[in-house]
Design a protein around this ligand. Structure first.
Ligand code: HEM
Length: 457
C-alpha cells in the first residue's frame, strides 16, 4: 500500500477572506481556522475595520523588520499583558525595556548550548519514565500521547531548571490548571484585538482566574521549598533568588520570582510537549520515515541509553523534528502592537495597530515552500536550508525576543524522540485524525492517541 506523503489539511481554511467581525468570531473557536486561503499566497493581509487596524505579516523580509531591524517600534504590550498578564505578571515573557534586559541576562547563561548539554541525562530519564509506563500496558494498546509528553516535559523541568523543587502533586496541578488557563485565552486575544479591557466578561473567565491563582500558588510552593531546603545556587531558581537589580542593588521581589517560575513552568513544558506530540503523530502517519529514524538511532546508539556523544550524529532525526515544527509550529502566532506610527510593506499603520505574525501560515506559505503540505525532512538538510530567509522558518521566533529555551528544546526533543523510537513503535489507530487547535500553543483538538508497541531486540 502506498504511504501518505502529505498531511491532511485540517482545519480547511475558509475559501474567501472573512470580514473582520467574522474573523474575530472564528478566532474564538480556533484562530488558525480564521486565516483564509489567500493568507497562504499573500505577503500581508490588512484589515481596517471598526476603527481598528490589524496587519497579518507573512513575508519573511517584513517579519525581519518587525522582529529584528525595527523591533523597538513593535511592542509585545499591551497584548501580552492583556492575554497572559494575570498569570505571568511582569516576568521575562511579558516584561519590556530595562526590566526585560535584566531578567534575560540573568537567565540566558543557563540556556547556552554547552549548559543545556548537561541536561541530556534528564531528557533521557524522562523518556524512560514514559516507556516504563507503556511497558505495563498490552502491546499495541492506545496511549494518550499528548498527556504523556506533557508529563515527560514537566519532569524535565523539575530535574533541570527548577532543580528538583517541583513535587509530583505540583506537576499534576500544572498539568490540570495549565490546560484550564490556556483553554480560555482566545477570549483575551479577541478582546485585545478589539481594544476591549481585559476584565470584559466572557465564558470561562472564573475558571481561568482560578487556574491562574492555582498556578501561582504552585510557584510560591516551589520558592518556599527552595528557601527551606536550599539547593543548587546555579540553577534558574537559585539565580532568581540571589539576583540583584543592577540599578538599585536590591534583591528580586518574591512576586517577580513567582512571575518567572510560572513563566518558565508554562513556556518550558507545553510547547515542547506539543512539538513531541505532533512529531510522533507524523511518524505514525508516515511509517517509512519512522523506520528510517529508528534505523538511524539504532545505528548511532545501539542499545545504549541516548547520551551527549550520540546527539550530533542524529542528523535525520533533527530534520524530522524541524519539519514537524514547520507543519505544526507549537507557538502558531506572534502578536505585537505598533508603539508609534509605522509603515510595513507600504501600509501605513497608526500607533496601537495590531501586528500578527501567523507562524503557522508562514510555514505553509505557497511562495516559500514547494508542496507545503508534503512531509519532507530533507528541506532541513544543510544545503537546502542554506539559502532560506531566516524568518521563513521560525518556530522559536526571531530577534531579541527569540525563545530563550530554543537550544534546550531542540536537544530535549532529539534525545526524547531518539529514546522513544529506539524502544517503541507507534501506529495511528483507525480514524485518528487530530485537528490542530490553537490555544496559545498548537495542540490536537481532542488530544492524540497512538497505538504503542514496545520493541525487544
Ligand atoms: C519546542 C519548544 C518551544 C517553542 C516552539 C517555543 C517558542 C517560543 C517563541 C515563538 C517565543 C517568542 C515569543 C514572541 O516573540 O512573542 C518564545 C519565547 C520564550 N520561550 Fe520558548 N519555546 C519552546 C520551548 C521553550 C523552553 C524549553 C523554555 C524554557 C525552559 C522556553 C521559554 C521561553 C521564554 C522564557 C520566552 C520569552 C523570552 C523573552 O521574551 O525574552 N521556551 N518561545
Amino acid at each position: 500500500m502506498a504511504m501518505p506523503e502529505t498531511i491532511p489539511l485540517l482545519p480547511v481554511p475558509p475559501k474567501r477572506r472573512l470580514s473582520f467581525p467574522l474573523l474575530i468570531l472564528k478566532t474564538i473557536s480556533n484562530p488558525i481556522a480564521s486565516w483564509s486561503q489567500d493568507f497562504y499566497d499573500e505577503p500581508v493581509v490588512f484589515y481596517r475595520s471598526l476603527g481598528i487596524e490589524t496587519l497579518y505579516v507573512m513575508d519573511p523580509a517584513l517579519i525581519q523588520t518587525i522582529l529584528l531591524d525595527d523591533s523597538d517600534s513593535f511592542s509585545k504590550n499591551p497584548p501580552h499583558e492583556e492575554i497572559l498578564g494575570g498569570l505571568g505578571g511582569k516576568g521575562l515573557l511579558i516584561a519590556e525595556g530595562e526590566a526585560w534586559r535584566w531578567q534575560r541576562r540573568l537567565a540566558a547563561p543557563l540556556f547556552s548550548p554547552p549548559e543545556v548539554a548537561r541536561f541530556v541525562p534528564a531528557f533521557a530519564a524522562a523518556a524512560s519514565t514514559v516507556l516504563q509506563r507503556w511497558s505495563k500496558a498490552m502491546p499495541g494498546s492506545s496511549q494518550p500521547i499528548d498527556r504523556d509528553m506533557t508529563r515527560a516535559t514537566l519532569q524535565v523541568l523539575q530535574d533541570t531548571v527548577l532543580g528538583g523543587s517541583l513535587c509530583e502533586d505540583d506537576r499534576r496541578a500544572v498539568e490540570r490548571f495549565g490546560t484550564a488557563f490556556l483553554a480560555h485565552t482566545v477570549w483575551k486575544i479577541a478582546f485585545s484585538s478589539l481594544g476591549l479591557p481585559r476584565w470584559t466578561p466572557h465564558p470561562g473567565a472564573l475558571s481561568m482566574a482560578r487556574a491562574s491563582s492555582e498556578l501561582r500558588r504552585v510557584a510560591q510552593r516551589v520558592l518556599d521549598r527552595r528557601r527551606q531546603d536550599g539547593g543548587e545556587a546555579a540553577d534558574l531558581l537559585g539565580r532568581l533568588v540571589t539576583a540583584r537589580d543592577p540599578s538599585t542593588g536590591s534583591s528580586m521581589p518574591d512576586s517577580l520570582i513567582i512571575d518567572n517560575v510560572v513563566t518558565f513552568l508554562m513556556a518550558g513544558h507545553e510547547t515542547t510537549a506539543q512539538a513531541l506530540t505532533w512529531t510522533l503523530y507524523l511518524l505514525a502517519l508516515m511509517p517509512e520515515w519512522q523506520e528510517r529514524a529508528r534505523e538511524e538511532v539504532l545505528c548511532v546508539a545501539g542499545d545504549e541509553q541516548i547520551g551527549s556523544q550520540h546527539v550530533a550524529r542524529l542528523g535525520l532525526l533533527e530534520q524530522i523534528f524541524q519539519e514537524a515544527m514547520r507543519l505544526y509550529p507549537p507557538a502558531p502566532a506572534l502578536v505585537r502592537v505598533t508603539s508609534k506610527a509605522a509603515s510595513v510593506g507600504g501600509i501605513d499603520l497608526k500607533a496601537g495597530a495590531n501586528v500578527l505574525i501567523p507562524i503557522y501560515v508562514v510555514h505553509r506559505h505557497r511562495h516559500l515552500w514547494p508542496e507545503p503540505l508534503r512531509f519532507d525532512p530533507s528541506r532541513f538538510a544543510p544545503e537546502a536550508a542554506a539559502g532560506r530567509h531566516r524568518c521563513a522558518y521560525m518556530p522559536f521566533g526571531a530577534g531579541p525576543r527569540t525563545c530563550i529555551g530554543g537550544a534546550f528544546a531542540m536537544l530535549e526533543g532529539k534525545v526524547m524522540l531518539a529514546s522513544l523510537l529506539a524502544r517503541a513503535r507507534f501506529e495511528l489507530p483507525q480514524g485518528e485524525r487530530p485537528v490542530p487547535f490553537s490555544r496559545i500553543t498548537l495542540r490536537p483538538k481532542q488530544g492524540l492517541r497512538l497505538k504503542v508497541t514496545l520493541l525487544t531486540y
